[in-house]
Design a protein around this ligand. Structure first.
Ligand code: EZ4
Ligand code: CO
Length: 408
């Protein structure tokens, strides 16, 4: 099972993706996702210039050894670029191992612990009627759990609110724009804190008590503001409040936890288990939000989620459109196999992305399933990928009214 080739393919069908394809001497190929939104070419270079030469000639079966070798031999630890590159290699090797075994990857991870993977979709609106329409549209698509994001009076552009196209076509929120400079947006935490509880009251009034509702505060609040929001949202029984503070300061969550029983989810910007040490050991969160793509792949995510399981903390794997179908499929195999599954984020990709990445996973009645093809179940159409070269795209950023840069 010698590795004879490793190719980095950067493509931009609906958005940019970094894909690693590893080939073994007996012709088995495996795919890994290394997409890092707005910083894609840094991972492509890390892989091409510094990792691919080290892979050639290695035994593709030795996944743990490859992971430890890439992590420790670099000397410079952690970080999103390094951990996305390691994730791409790790997932590609798991894809190869599962294909060689003739099994879908989840079988190698212990087999299915459930029949389907509960997914949540993203509803949003500039006002309450538009938000209701978006929630109804998601229910019609089959979603049984819904994230709710809304505009706030006094703020021009708020994270997570899709600009409606007006022509009735589906338009999911995509934060990265194909522009040469990051777009500048605005923010006002006091206006947001005043507005949001009323929105959830309206949503519960319209859709009843049962529908699981989620919300993402996107790192914008201080600990005491987050505590206030969690408390204010308690009557609306959220499934989770996500990224209520930036959370690099893990101890800050002690303060939030003292004040609210709203479940907390954190971690989409984290990339190793070390970012969670205090959060998990002190049970300061309820859901781990890391992406397989940004946290060192299946090997590292399995260890992180097993650690979380000892504290009754569950998975909530990151699944925005900036995770490619390869990263998404890898997440689904893990979701199906682990015991402490919580929920899976699912934003459907566009039609061009589906042309480039042939997928076997399914979404039926609100539940995802990775399918039963050997491997992770995604194949890359390289000719199609070549039709969509990289396009510079950036995430936005925020300034407060006085011009201060703020978390977006
Ligand atoms: O803003 O993945 O919960 N999901 C999110 C995402 C992130 C993007 C950033 O690349 O917060 O939409
Ligand atoms: Co988020």
């Amino acid at each position: 099972m010698k590795i004879v080739a490793a190719d980095v393919i950067v493509s931009s069908p609906d958005r940019n993706f970094v894909t690693l394809k590893i080939t073994t001497a007996d012709g088995i190929t495996g795919l890994g996702d290394g997409t890092l939104n707005g910083r894609e070419l840094s991972v492509a270079s890390y892989l091409r210039d510094h990792v691919v030469p080290l892979l050639l000639g290695r035994d593709a079966h030795r996944i743990e050894d490859a992971w430890q070798f890439l992590y420790r031999s670099a000397y410079w630890r952690r970080g999103p670029v390094t951990m996305a590159a390691i994730a791409a290699v790790d997932v590609a090797l798991w894809d190869i191992k599962a294909k060689a075994a003739g099994m879908p990857l989840y079988q190698l991870l212990g087999g299915a612990s459930r029949t389907g993977i509960m997914a949540y979709g993203h509803a949003s609106g500039r006002d309450v009627p538009e938000l209701f329409d978006s929630i109804r549209a998601h229910l019609e698509l089959g979603f049984r759990s819904i994230r709710v994001q809304t505009s706030v009076p006094g703020i021009n552009a708020v994270y997570g609110v899709a600009a409606q196209s007006g022509d009735g076509k589906r338009y999911d929120y995509e934060p990265a724009q194909r522009i040469p400079l990051p777009a500048e947006e605005d923010w006002d935490s006091r206006a947001y804190l005043r507005h949001l509880p009323g929105v959830f009251e309206a949503v519960r009034g319209e859709f009843g008590p049962e529908l699981p509702l989620l919300h993402d505060a996107h790192h914008r609040l201080t600990p005491i503001q987050a505590a206030r929001l969690g408390k204010a949202l308690e009557p609306y029984d959220l499934f989770w409040l996500e990224d209520c503070t930036p959370a690099e300061n893990q101890e800050a969550l002690r303060l939030v936890r003292q004040h609210t029983t709203t479940p907390l989810a954190i971690g989409e910007v984290f990339n190793t288990v070390w970012d969670y040490q205090t959060l998990i050991r002190e049970q300061l969160i309820d859901y781990v939000r890391s992406a397989v793509t940004h946290t060192g792949g299946i090997t590292a995510m399995r260890k992180l989620l097993d650690f979380a399981a000892q504290y009754q903390i569950k998975s909530g794997i990151h699944g925005p459109t900036d995770i490619s179908p390869v990263g998404m499929a890898a997440a689904l195999h893990l979701d199906l196999a682990i015991h402490n599954f919580g929920i899976q984020e699912y934003m459907r990709h566009g039609a061009l992305t589906d042309e480039v990445f042939r997928q076997s996973f399914t979404f039926t009645d609100g539940y995802l399933h990775p399918g039963d093809q050997p491997g992770i179940g995604v194949e890359l159409d390289e000719q199609a990928a070549a039709r969509f070269p990289y396009q510079p795209a950036y995430l936005p950023f925020n300034r407060l009214k006085d011009g201060t840069v703020h978390d977006w």
